[in-house]
Design a protein around this ligand. Sequence first.
Ligand code: UDX
Length: 447
Amino acid sequence: MKIAIIGTGYVGLVTGACLAEIGHAVICQDSDSEKIDILETGRMPIYEPYLETLVRKNRESGRLSFTKDFEQAVKPSVVVFICVGTPPLENGEADLSAVEKVSREIAEVSDGYKLIVEKSTVPVQTGAWVAKTISIYGSRNAELDVASNPEFLREGSAVEDFLHPDRIVIGVQNKRAEMILSELYEPIIHGKFNCPIHTDCSRDGEAVPFIVTDMNSAELIKHASNSFLATKISFINAVAEICERTGANIRDVSYGIGLDKRIGRSFLEAGIGFGGFCFPKDLQAFIRIAENYGYDFKLLKDVENINVERISLVIRKLKEALWIVKGKTIGILGLAFKPNTDDIRFAPAIEIIKELLKEGAQVKAYDPKAMERTKKELSEVLYCRDPYEVAMEADGLVICTEWEEFKSLDLEKIKACMRRPFILDGRNIYDKDKLLSLGFEYKGIGR
Ligand code: UDX
């Protein structure tokens, strides 16, 4: 099919590259001409495993192209995916101005049939607004349908999550839109494409669940999904608080509850909390949406509060060990909100560093991928070449991101570099007993 992707950010670029990969003709447009210039030269504006290969391969095959020209992208396309940003406003609500603008512009340039698909994470009933907008601005001979098709992509595994999803969700208003999206996703539903990631990735013949519902339900599935995952994380972080007060071990508690198939083992890792541009934003948005429809979502407010409190927990633990933080040198290992990404948006490490600087500490930091982005935000930090330079003369080390390389450090060497051999393991990556036997002072989360 001929497909247009409006917005070549994190969601749009992955969606465009993967849809081209499974055989569609995709043209991606962005109003940020610098982004398009970068993409035209074959470079990537974001780091995602497999993405660069997928973009290059499908550009060469002619199935994937980029343009700054909105009309050039929309006019020839049957399906137009809206993948523009919906960042949080001051009050926590999603900023839908880009969605509204793009919907209006698609309607204005369209003639003939088009299916407009909202993929950006949007509050429930946004689809209804898009439908209303295009009916008002649509030209006479335009025949426009709207659908919701939320994405469930995790940073660091977005291509994998797109090509091998747990489910595909569409919210439609009629059978025609359903048929178009069912055909569009057919290769993924039945695994009929040459997977660029795995050699053998047949789901032993089992089709990917394709959920067809109304637009409101599809939009709610996205917010409810993310909010539930965030709830699991805050729940285990709250249980970690009790473990610390009772001498229990959160690793065993988490393992013990996660083996119950109804609970599931994932997203039960206690630590310094969740970050990223999805959970914090979607949680806030969902709380606001509930309020706007007259429901006070107290549970999610607590999920959010528990997460925010993780930052002061880290400062409290540092003071328990070091007494005075002011004037001390604290090393931060890991800046990205999670491993395998360079994204620092809402990352706990950034908040922890800001608090340490307020306390008058000297802060040194290292991250394999995220230092360039962090330098733009925090200039008072000493950025180091490697973890050993961070440890040099440090009074304490805080593990903020569970990068693989931090798990295999030469801990004897780290200890020899430090002024004070104290490690605050914010992601519980180390064996506590091993560190104690090496002569470290050690604090984990819930252990
Ligand atoms: C999330 C959702 O997983 C994805 O489905 C949605 O489309 C976008 O938001 P993402 O934000 O990229 O994806 O990262 P994710 O892997 O979900 O982790 C989010 C945060 O939770 C990270 O900061 C991670 O460190 C934290 N986390 C995750 C925990 O603290 N404990 C856990 O057990 C799991």
